[in-house]
Design a protein around this ligand. Structure first.
Ligand code: HEM
Length: 248
């Protein structure tokens, strides 16, 4: 019979392989989504891309110029954050090149600071209307807040809290990927009911109405489960009361 230590040794490498596979998926999906969805806006101005219905060009081509600046600010810096983020979870890189981890971390924070300002402005003009405003604006505020908590924990050398906050934060950055996966899934699920172009517009609206919340709510739940499974400090809405010892 295997002892507890033997069992842990036997399970260890498999879990490690699973972790490496998930990480590889996160790297590839992040680079692919950032490359494709940001890259498409490099092929022309919003006005030039609008007639071909490229991404959200039709929505933003008619917005005032400050909103268009917010749009470009957002896609460039949020796109960069998505490409930079996954490397911070590579344990080997963190251990061997701590200086690089810090440099990427600072760049990631700057990207979130800039990208979240753009997203905040855009959420008032979202193509998903009220839903878009509430969903994307909540995501944006949580995105900036978790980044700030993670940064502060790192500055205070509270590494375990730093890991927990950055896990939550990247789960929100990764909403850019899960948004597109959910959108595709919801569109395909409704395809059997499409007979004409009007119905196509309808299924798009149906999907896009739930997307502003669906793209990030499950992510944050998964992140919290990962935080707990790794034994990192779990999220507390209320701080536990301080124990004050009476003078002996
Ligand atoms: C996590 C915080 C984020 C928030 C709050 C946010 C918010 C938004 C909002 C409000 C829009 C406009 C949606 C509409 O009008 O319907 C948008 C569009 C967009 N965002 Fe983000 N975003 C975030 C992260 C990212 C990331 C990490 C990327 C990286 C690829 C990204 C790339 C884009 C792109 C390319 C668009 C244009 C839409 C498209 O072509 O699909 N966003 N975002």
């Amino acid at each position: 019979m295997l002892s507890q230590t033997d069992k842990r040794r036997a399970v260890g490498p498999r879990r490690h392989r699973g972790g490496a596979l998930s990480w590889t998926w996160v790297v590839f999906s992040s680079i692919a989504i950032a490359g494709y969805f940001v890259g498409q806006y490099g092929e022309g101005t919003l006005a030039e891309l609008a007639p071909d219905n490229v991404g959200l060009a039709t929505t933003y081509a008619v917005r005032p110029w400050p909103v268009q600046i917010a749009f470009y600010d957002h896609i460039v810096f949020a796109g960069l954050s998505l490409v930079l983020g996954p490397w911070q979870f590579a344990r080997g890189l963190r251990r061997r090149r701590p200086g690089l981890h810090r440099a990427i971390g600072r760049a990631y924070m700057i990207c979130i600071a800039l990208g979240s300002v753009g997203a905040f402005v855009m959420s008032f003009f979202s193509s998903a209307g009220f839903d878009g405003f509430f969903g994307f604006c909540s995501l944006d505020l949580l995105w900036a807040w978790t980044a700030w908590r993670g940064y502060r924990a790192a500055r205070e050398r509270d590494i375990r809290s730093h890991q927990a906050w950055m896990l939550r934060n990247f789960a929100l950055t990764y909403a850019a990927v899960t948004l597109r996966l959910w959108l595709g899934t919801l569109l395909v699920a409704q395809l059997p009911f499409v007979q004409d172009d009007v119905a196509y517009q309808q299924i798009w609206n149906n999907a896009y109405n739930v997307i502003p919340f669906l793209c990030w709510l499950p992510n944050i739940v998964v992140a919290e489960l990962m935080v707990r499974r790794r034994g990192l400090p779990a999220l507390r809405l209320v701080e536990p009361p301080r124990v004050v010892r009476a003078a002996e």
